[in-house]
Design a protein around this ligand. Structure first.
Ligand SMILES: [Zn+2]
Length: 134
């Protein structure tokens, strides 16, 4: 999928601001081009899992519909982890959308990030290209 740089930067910033907890949200767009980000509260406040706050999720869905956008991806972060779906991510992925995973790991005073994109189908993980466009 492709993602507008502004949307990508906002997603990374949000994930960093939620550290050490997992951040999550929805990405809207059209034809594999991500143009809109919805930051959703992680009700689990955990470093190893997330659950999107249902009302915020519904609000995002309604906003996308009103703008003629599709939900093309779900993103979440892995603090202290790797940019690869966990067994729980694989088990719980019921949407046919891209899954963007942002690994965040402390490096000195900074957080270094790695963002990767996947499709998950029938328990199998396929890495997809994540192209950042200006
Ligand atoms: Zn995960």
């Amino acid at each position: 999928m492709k993602i507008k740089k502004q949307v990508f930067d906002e997603m990374i910033q949000h994930c960093k601001s939620c550290f050490p907890y997992e951040a999550c949200g929805i990405i809207g767009g059209k034809n594999d081009m991500a143009t809109e980000i919805y930051k959703i509260k992680n009700t689990e406040a955990s470093s190893v899992s997330y659950f999107m706050e249902p009302e915020e999720q519904l609000k995002a869905m309604k906003d996308m519909k009103s703008k003629g956008l599709d939900m093309i991806a779900i993103f979440h972060s892995h603090p202290f982890g790797s940019a690869y779906p966990s067994s729980k991510d694989i088990e719980l992925s019921f949407y046919d959308v891209y899954h963007v995973i942002i690994a965040l790991n402390p490096y000195g005073d900074n957080l270094i990030f790695e963002a990767k994109c996947f499709k998950i189908k029938d328990g199998k993980v396929y890495e997809e290209e994540l192209i950042i466009e200006q």
